[in-house]
Write a protein that binds this ligand. Structure first.
Ligand code: BGC
Length: 247
């Protein structure tokens, strides 16, 4: 099966498209809904059901990127999503509510899967880290083609809390930071990550990656930094790719 629905659940938006997983491209338009607030399981599943209807998706298997640590389908964290998700068996819950078998992947890991196969990480050996700069910060790490799942580099401690509260795109918007002000925080963050894992390539993802030229000049890191090729779409594509592998 090469046409699969990919859904990317984020703290602010829930986006989806039908994906050609062999080629890493959309076969449909992208549909986006706002993430309900509070983003409880009952309310999010309502949006997912709408998306299934919107696409008239008849497949029995689809992929979902989710902003949490996920092990054996259990959700273990909820920084940008309602706490009611913690401890839930995501696959069992979605099967009950939608009748489909859903493959869950951490959203940043999903984006990294897509960027490594089809985007800026293609053909790269060594360590590549993709950082999604969205409502929070997610990380997806590949070492010689192998994913290291569930890394949480947005949650490194910084000032009074964690880096995602200072260097995410959400922080930039909330605090109304200029590109320079935000770029300085991002630079501190990227240098810290760089020091900790010494990657060979850093890919910046999330919607803000399309404005890379506006903040690139504030980043002084010894490792190559590039904006994601698939921007904000990588999470949808990677989620569908993971479902294909799982079917
Ligand atoms: C979550 C991560 C997620 C990232 C991006 C963080 O707050 O802890 O699991 O990948 O946000 O959504």
């Amino acid at each position: 099966m090469s046409e699969i629905l990919g859904i990317d659940v984020g703290g602010t938006g829930i986006k989806a498209a039908i994906v050609d997983v062999e080629n890493g491209v959309f076969l449909s338009e992208k549909i986006k809904y706002g993430t309900p607030q509070p983003s409880t399981p009952a309310r999010v599943i309502g949006v997912v059901k709408n998306l299934i209807k919107d696409f008239n998706f008849q497949g029995k298997n689809f992929g979902c990127g989710f902003p949490s640590i996920i092990k054996n389908n259990i959700c273990y964290s909820a920084a940008n999503i309602d706490n009611g998700w913690i401890g839930l068996d995501l696959q069992a819950f979605f099967l009950e509510k939608t009748g489909s078998r859903v493959t869950f992947t951490n959203d940043a890991d999903a984006a990294a899967v897509a960027e490594i196969k089809f985007g800026k990480g293609k053909g790269r050996s060594g360590t590549t880290i993709l950082l999604t700069l969205g409502t929070g910060i997610g990380s997806g790490i590949f070492v010689n083609g192998q994913l290291l799942p569930n890394s949480e580099f947005g949650h490194l401690l910084y000032k009074k809390s964690v880096f995602e509260h200072y260097a995410s795109n959400g922080a930039r918007k909330k605090k109304n930071l200029s590109w320079k002000e935000w770029g300085k925080e991002l630079n501190i963050y990227l240098n810290h990550v760089n020091l900790l894992i010494n990657p060979d390539l850093i890919i910046l993802g999330g919607g803000v990656s399309k404005y890379f030229d506006k903040f690139e000049k504030f980043l002084k890191v010894k490792t190559q930094i590039v904006p994601a090729a698939m921007g904000n779409d990588a999470g949808i594509i990677g989620a569908a790719m993971m479902a294909a592998l799982d079917s």
